[in-house]
Design a protein around this ligand. Sequence first.
Ligand code: NYM
Ligand code: MG
Length: 213
Amino acid sequence: SSSAPKTRGALIAIEGLDRAGKSTQCQLLMDRLAERNVPARLQKFPDRTTPIGKMINAYLSTSTTLEDHTIHLLFSANRWELSAHILKLLNDGVTIVLDRYVYSGIVFSAAKGLSLDYCRAPDVGLPRADVVLFLDLDAEVARRRGGFGGERYEVEAVQRRVRDLFKEVGEKEEGRWRVVDAGRSVEEVREVVWGVVERVVKEVEGMEVGRFE
Ligand code: NYM
Ligand code: MG
């Protein structure tokens, strides 16, 4: 009947250190969602294709320097510029898998010394992830996985600080934050991720999209 609650998509964030296996797991999750006929899109942050994303890419990959607050706000602006699109898709019933989101935004800047409160502020009000799968890996193990790339932040000392900060930020998320041991095999991690996502996709039906706070 017309009073049936409208089905919406779930907002699923995959987070973790560089080399934790996020992109692999995002792709496997997209494959599984397709197999189960769940409409879904993958959205990577930073999205390097927009004009703001190109500035971020220059900062990450080359010697372009940007003042710490400036790049922090650009990462957030990159999420805001896509937020209406994300919200529309969710309300149209499309599940969205995020390869990094506000949590990376907070912890990578905080690892440089900006306060956590400052780092959260620009993202307040963005569509809130229904669940965050934190792919947890020791920084040394991450480094040994074929080595970090050559981008900014991809050094063990930074990654170690980032991991501690992720844990601190995750505590605020309570039930929405799921720690997944990313040191296990790709298949084992895939199944843990799917177990969580399958449940969340059903749970959010009829629930409004929250706002990050
Ligand atoms: N990063 C990512 C940030 O510093 N702030 C953010 O808001 C986001 C989304 O960018 N080392 C950092 C984390 C990564 C780097 O991400 C690039 P990726 O997933 O390697 O493209
Ligand atoms: Mg990277």
